[in-house]
Design a protein around this ligand. Structure first.
Ligand SMILES: CCCCCCCCCCCCCC(=O)SCCNC(=O)CCNC(=O)[C@H](O)C(C)(C)COP(=O)(O)OP(=O)(O)OC[C@H]1O[C@@H](n2cnc3c(N)ncnc32)[C@H](O)[C@@H]1OP(=O)(O)O
Length: 224
C-alpha cells in the first residue's frame, strides 16, 4: 500500500512547517466557518469569490501529485498531515490534538463549529463516526497494535451539540492481529455517542512487521 513515506525531515524543519502550515490551515478553517455564516451582500460575495479563485490559482502553481499521505522522518516521527480528523494541513479536520498513553488509552478535547452540523445546532452523525473511527484507531496504534478499521458500531445515546466536546478511546482486548477498541464522545452533560470497533493489521503490513507470523502467536494483552 502506498502513502507511507519516509523522508529526511529534521526536528527543526518539522517545527518550522508546524509553525507555517498550522496557522495557514487555521485561516482556511475560519474561511469555511465564515462562508457558512456570512450575511454580507451579493456584490461582496462575488468580490470575495474572485479573490479566492486567485488564491486557489496561486496555491495550484506548485502542488503534490496526489494526497499528502503519512510521512515519517528517520526518528519515526509520523506526520499524518492530510488526515481528515487530525491533519495539520487539512482544514476539514477539526483538528483533534490527541493525548496518547502506551496502554492504548487516548483522549482529546475539541470544538465542532458550524461546519460539522447535521440536525440544527447538532453534530452530524457521520462526523461523530469519523471522529470515533480515528480515536479507536489511535487507541489501537497507541497500544502497539495499529490496524485498519474492519468494523465500527456506533450507539447514538443522545444528540451531540455543536461546541466544546471531548472524546476518549481504549483497547478492550486483542487477539493476534485483531484489536477491539471502544470509545465515546461526551459533552458537558455526559456521554452522547459510544463506539466499538475491530481493527486488523492488514496482510501487507503483517508481512512487513511480522515476517515469521509472531503477531498471531504472541498477542500482547491490554485490557481496561
Ligand atoms: C498499519 C495499518 C495502518 C495504521 C494506521 C494508523 C492509525 C491511525 C488511526 C486511523 C484510524 C482510521 C482508520 C481508517 O479509517 S481505516 C479505513 C477504513 N477501513 C478500510 O478501508 C479497511 C479495508 N479492509 C482491509 O484493509 C482489510 O480487509 C482488513 C484490514 C479489514 C483485513 O485485512 P486482511 O484482508 O489482510 O485480512 P485477512 O483476510 O487475511 O483476514 C485476517 C482475519 O481478519 C478477519 N477479517 C477480515 N476482515 C474482517 C472484517 N471486515 N470484519 C471482521 N473480521 C474480518 C478474517 O476473518 C481473518 O480472521 P481469522 O479467520 O484469521 O480469525
Amino acid at each position: 500500500m502506498g502513502g507511507f513515506q519516509q523522508d529526511e525531515m529534521t526536528p527543526e524543519q518539522i517545527e518550522h512547517e508546524v509553525g507555517l502550515y498550522g496557522p495557514f490551515t487555521e485561516v482556511v478553517r475560519e474561511l469555511v466557518d465564515a462562508t457558512i455564516r456570512t450575511e454580507v451582500d451579493d456584490d461582496e460575495i462575488r468580490a470575495v469569490q474572485a479573490e479566492l479563485e486567485d488564491i486557489v490559482a496561486r496555491l495550484r502553481r506548485s502542488q503534490l501529485d496526489g494526497p499528502y499521505g503519512v510521512r515519517f522522518n528517520a526518528t519515526g516521527h509520523g506526520r499524518p498531515w492530510g488526515n481528515s480528523v487530525v491533519g495539520l494541513r487539512n482544514a476539514i479536520a477539526p483538528p483533534l490534538a490527541i493525548e496518547r498513553e502506551s496502554t492504548g488509552r487516548v483522549r482529546c478535547e475539541f470544538h465542532l463549529g458550524a461546519a460539522y452540523e447535521g440536525p440544527p445546532s447538532l453534530v452530524h452523525g457521520g462526523v461523530s463516526a469519523l471522529i470515533l473511527d480515528q480515536m479507536l484507531g489511535e487507541a489501537a496504534g497507541a497500544g502497539g497494535r495499529p490496524g485498519m478499521t474492519a468494523t465500527l458500531t456506533l450507539h447514538y445515546r443522545r444528540a451531540t451539540p455543536l461546541g466544546d466536546l471531548r472524546a476518549e478511546a481504549w483497547i478492550e482486548r486483542t487477539e493476534g492481529i485483531k484489536t477491539w477498541a471502544h470509545g465515546r464522545i461526551e459533552d458537558a452533560e455526559g456521554v452522547t455517542v459510544e463506539a466499538e470497533g475491530l481493527f486488523i493489521l492488514p496482510r501487507w503490513a503483517r508481512e512487513l512487521a511480522f515476517p515469521t507470523g509472531d503477531a498471531a502467536e504472541t498477542p500482547p494483552s491490554y485490557a481496561e
